[in-house]
Design a protein around this ligand. Structure first.
Ligand code: FAD
Length: 318
């Protein structure tokens, strides 16, 4: 079922969902299942599965020289989506990137989605590769997420019937896109970024999932500004419970977000990472309670491997 239909059918009740990351290359899926199992208690109507951008790795050529090779460290997004969909009977949402894929490869992936009964997709540009100053589109690939949204939307509108393409009334795909309550790092201003977000919706995006934020006011302002410029699709907040002291540096660096002083001070007072995890859980509970009062359609959690903290939050707020 489409995410937008799940939201409609919930009749104003806030849904629970989460995002998982495929295991590292060569690692089995058992650990992933162990982390998903407890979260099924909250009956998530959908689970997102991220896609990793390619990375450069260096391999020995045997003569003392190193060879640079492009690889994906966490392959298998679509396979995991399909496996989870069948094991847990939930909808899965693969993240599809512009970077690293030609439009033709993207089309093949979308056709695979259709065969697998996957009709929700989050369309993203992806980041620049390590060592690149700016994002470089792949030759023959999409440059912006809005271009990818258009490709997914248009392909979903056509149906092959005896070799002839018939146009349908509605796209087969429900498309999610990323939104940034604290602005995307490359955007020159918040207003510019919101106009680009609007372009994604005009190209066919059905809903927005936000980057993680730790200050709800940023989300409230973002929703208000988006509504003011005519963005009327659901805006799903992304929640990440802080879990280690290193997150104080890592999260702002990787996700280009700010952390509130009160949260920083509470983390700094912690003696162990177990204490930090508790602080993170408590902060997320307060965030979620306020977001529930605001009437958000879904609380979407970034699980990043371990789910014990999300379990605690879910039990407090759902
Ligand atoms: P875009 O919407 O294309 O925007 C990129 C930049 O270009 C912005 O600054 C925007 O203002 C500008 N822009 C957009 N459209 C135009 C236009 N038409 N003309 C000019 N400027 C424009 N990354 C992964 O590698 N894998 C994942 O699975 C993944 N999942 C994510 C999930 C969520 C919910 C979020 C918030 C991010 C995720 N990311 C993921 C990270 C994402 O790929 C990066 O943030 C990336 O830098 C931008 O992607 P985007 O889709 O927002 O890009």
């Amino acid at each position: 079922m489409k995410i937008t239909d799940h939201i409609k059918n919930a009749n104003g009740k806030t849904l629970f969902s989460f995002e998982i990351v495929p295991p590292q290359k060569g690692v089995g899926i058992a650990d992933l299942y162990q982390n998903i199992d407890p979260l099924m208690e909250f009956k998530p109507p959908f689970i997102d599965v991220t896609t990793s951008r390619e990375e450069y790795i260096f391999i020995e050529r045997g003569n003392g020289l190193m060879e640079r090779k492009i690889t994906r460290m966490r392959p298998g997004t679509l396979g995991i989506c399909s496996a989870i969909q069948h094991k847990y009977n939930v909808d899965t949402v693969p993240h599809v990137l512009c970077g690293g894929f030609t439009r033709e490869e993207t089309e093949y992936l979308l056709v695979d989605c259709m065969y697998l009964g996957i009709n929700n997709i989050v369309a993203l540009r992806g980041d620049a590769m390590k060592g690149e100053k700016y994002f470089e589109p792949t030759k023959g690939g999409n440059r912006y997420a809005s271009d990818l949204v258009k490709q997914i939307h248009d392909l979903g509108m056509g149906e092959y019937l005896h070799g002839k393409i018939e146009c349908k009334d509605e796209s087969s795909f429900c498309i999610g896109v990323a939104g940034y309550p604290e602005k995307h790092i490359e955007a020159p201003s918040m207003n510019y970024d919101l106009q680009m977000l609007k372009k994604k919706v005009e190209a066919g995006a059905d809903y927005i999932v936000t980057q993680m934020f730790f200050d709800n006011q940023k989300y409230f302002d973002f929703v208000k500004q988006a509504r003011e410029i005519g963005i009327d699709v659901p805006i799903i907040p992304g929640i990440k419970p802080i879990a280690t002291k290193t997150h104080l540096q890592l999260l702002p660096q990787v996700f280009k977000i700010d952390l509130p002083e009160t949260l920083i001070n509470a983390v700094l007072k912690c003696k162990t990472n177990t204490d930090v995890r508790e602080v993170g859980v408590e902060w997320a509970i307060q965030q979620c309670k306020e977001l529930l009062d605001f009437g958000v359609p879904v609380l979407h959690f970034y699980s990043m491997g371990k789910s014990d903290n999300i379990l605690k939050i879910g039990r407090e707020v759902f």
